[in-house]
Design a protein around this ligand. Structure first.
Ligand code: ADP
Ligand code: MG
Length: 681
């Protein structure tokens, strides 16, 4: 049998069973062998009935003394089979449900090995639904560590083990390790045959560990290699526009009201290298909240324009698109750039006009929401596409954007930074730039976790700051229900605050249900200082920049994820004023306490992301980006860092040396479909 043979070739798997296997995504032998156990039971030890503990899973060697008549419980459609059993010191019962056939196969007077859950009730010891095995003579006992799989209700552990065993035996001679001995020896990895066998039926704990390491290694190695190949394909297949006119860039930077940080300059240089390379840029810019990504995007757009190409910048919300539009308008003053805004809610007439000008090349730079990637929009010569706060855009949307031009340069900016190792796995097909420095003079945002009985004092403090000219955000509790309810809770909260604390201050609300003109108006008024307090949903979460606002209060902070709290908090601390973030929460839950401690202790988004991952698990993060490659089955992005590093080193070895060409072939073959789907062109 070969890996890609159907499992129907295994004796015992007929059409009915096959259907069940399909539910587990198992079609061929390889799927079956790569269906790893969920847990194991150690059956190497034999317990005595007398010493067994309630609820333990244990193995026993017993003699069957008697088999009782089946009992039927009609209402519940239950058939109960019971046997009296005995070991050296005591007696007990084995009990099975809805398995009437057992009665026929058990033989009174013979010895059996039973393995099952113990239930102790007064003096009675019961073994519930045990697996059983006739012992021909006492010297033979089903030894070893037994795998337990996650199965459908119509598949049984015992038969599944048998199928795996068959598949192992039948494929034994055809499994060839794609990883050459040389690399296995260098990196201390076992051979794949050993790994597959021992992940199912480990000889002992050590073999299990060795096997597991190899399989985890494979997952990360293949993933990283596949991403590298995607990257290579993307770049090699296509020619990129060459931008080599930078004449006015220096002047532009000179005129800025601030000096670029070292980190910002470095990233700009990386981008310029990409522009000059003749290959399309595919770059992810990771930077913490407030690290100054917008200016980098602005400079990149300026360069595109100076070189006679159109640029586009896409933001996830209308508010953010508006904000970008207005700051770019200011920054481009005095430069010969025709900038426009394109969002979904503009009038048809306005849109039509703009779309026409985009297609004629009269417009140099478009800022907008996903309206930019609608079908009806044709660019004249799109040379650069930027998406801001990328976690809101899927890969497919990005591909769409890229297809609006002829291999334009692509830049993705994200404010949800993740640790570098992780970024390399999740975004391995992109080049990564990291802004690891905040503009100088930023004071850390004082973050405090307080309970609601301090509300009175808290708002006294907020009032003082408002009286001295500052502004505040108050974030409404996260409500899961519909937008309507969200809007309502914002309105309620505003009423409450107005009546109780802020009779004289100007309070406004903002939420997703408002129409876009109202949203814009309110944001503008807040920016202009006409509003003191903005009561808001998480709609202001990304990007909003009002440097005069220096206080944020978040109700029911425990309902937000850490990364989200960090994003929200990032709305303050953007100006010269000492800033504060108050997390209101009365929740005494231990994990909540832990999370509040993390966010109050650090202002570093990378550290927060790492902690968030450990607390919530990597599932969340993997959700950020579906790269279309297979999910990890056994590897864990958080806890397997050492193996990830090892996989990275092997990748480098393989790419450096022609000797290992066969590995690339293997991976190309394995992921051909996925790689083609992912490659943008
Ligand atoms: P983010 O990285 O979160 O998108 P922004 O680009 O919105 O951050 O920048 C945050 C604020 O910092 C803006 O007010 C911006 O003008 C300012 N800023 C950006 N770079 C610098 C710098 N080098 N020095 C001082 N202020 C800067
Ligand atoms: Mg931003």
């Amino acid at each position: 049998m070969k890996f890609n043979d159907s499992i129907k070739n295994i004796k015992g798997i007929g059409p009915q069973k096959f259907k069940e296997f399909l539910k587990l995504n198992i079609e061929n032998i390889e799927d079956l062998l790569y269906y790893f156990p969920r847990s194991y039971e150690d059956r190497t030890r034999i317990n005595s009935l007398a010493e067994s503990k309630d609820q333990d899973n244990s193995g026993f060697v017993v003699k069957v003394k008697k088999i009782y008549k089946d009992r039927f419980i009609k209402g519940k459609k239950l058939i109960i089979t019971k046997a009296l059993i005995e070991d050296e010191n005591s007696i007990g019962e084995a009990i099975w449900f809805n398995k009437p056939f057992i009665k026929k196969s058990l033989i009174v007077g013979r010895n059996y090995y039973l393995y099952g859950k113990v239930k102790r009730n007064h003096n009675m010891i019961q073994i519930i639904s045990p697996d059983y095995k006739l012992l021909d003579n006492l010297s033979f006992i089903e030894q070893g560590i037994i795998p337990i799989y996650k199965l459908t209700s119509k598949l049984y552990q015992k038969e599944f083990r048998k199928f795996i065993n068959t598949a192992l035996k039948e494929t034994n001679s055809s499994i060839v390790d794609y990883l050459p001995l040389e690399l296995r020896e260098k990196y201390n990895l076992c051979d794949i045959k050993f790994a597959i066998k021992n992940i199912h039926f480990p000889k002992d704990y050590n073999s299990y560990k060795i096997a597991k390491e190899r399989l985890i290694f494979d997952e990360f190695f293949l993933l990283q290699m596949a991403l590298k190949l995607i990257k290579k394909n993307n770049i090699e297949k296509s020619k990129g526009y060459i931008f080599n006119k930078f004449s006015e860039v220096g002047e532009f930077i000179e005129k800025l009201p601030f000096k670029l940080t070292k980190a910002q300059s470095n990233v700009i240089n990386e981008i310029i290298e990409d522009f000059k390379s003749g290959k399309p840029m595919n770059r992810l810019i990771q930077g913490d909240v407030g690290s100054g990504k917008t200016i980098i995007a602005t400079i990149a757009l300026l360069i595109a324009s100076l070189n006679g190409y159109q640029g586009a910048m896409m933001a996830p919300t209308e508010i953010l698109a508006n904000q970008h539009y207005s700051s770019l308008s200011k920054l481009f003053q005095g430069f010969n750039i025709n900038l426009c805004l394109l969002t979904g809610n503009m009038s048809q007439q306005q849109k039509k006009e703009i779309i026409k000008e985009i297609s004629q090349g009269k417009i140099n730079i478009v800022v907008g929401t996903h309206a930019i990637i609608q079908k009806n929009i044709q660019f004249y010569n799109l040379g650069l596409v930027i998406t801001d706060e990328q976690h809101r855009f899927g890969v497919n949307q990005r591909a769409l954007l890229s297809n609006k031009g002829d291999n334009p340069h692509i830049m993705i900016m994200t404010a949800t930074p993740i640790p570098r190792t992780l970024a390399h796995i999740l975004y391995g097909d992109l080049d990564i730039s990291i802004i690891d420095e905040l503009p100088p003079g930023r004071k850390p945002i004082g973050t405090y976790h307080i309970s609601s009985n301090l509300e009175n004092r808290l708002f006294g403090f907020v009032k003082e700051h408002i009286n001295s000219g500052r502004q505040a955000y108050i974030i409404c509790p996260l409500v899961e229900e519909s937008n309507n309810i969200k809007a309502e809770s914002v309105i309620e909260l505003k009423k409450y605050l107005k009546n109780k604390y802020f009779t004289n201050e100007k309070i406004a609300i903002i939420h997703g249900r408002l129409n876009n003109n109202d949203k814009d108006l309110i944001m503008q008024q807040f920016k202009d200082g006409l509003i003191d307090i903005l009561v808001s949903t998480t709609i202001i979460e990304v990007g909003i920049n009002v440097p005069n606002a220096n206080i944020m209060v978040i109700y029911n902070a425990e309902r937000f994820g850490l990364a989200q709290l960090h994003q929200l908090r990032g709305r303050v601390g953007r100006g010269p004023f000492k800033s504060y973030c108050f997390l209101l929460s009365d929740n005494k839950n231990k994990i909540t306490q832990e999370r509040m401690k993390i966010i109050t202790n650090t202002n570093n988004g990378f550290i927060i992301a790492e902690n968030d991952l450990t607390l919530r698990g990597p599932g969340e993060i993997l959700g950020i980006r579906q790269h279309g490659l297979p999910e990890l089955k056994i590897g864990n992005i958080i806890s397997d860092t050492e193996i990830i590093q090892k996989a990275k080193k092997v990748c480098e070895d393989v790419i450096k040396s022609k000797k290992f060409n066969s590995i690339e072939k293997h991976i190309e073959k394995k992921f051909l479909q996925e790689i083609n789907n992912i490659c943008l062109n």
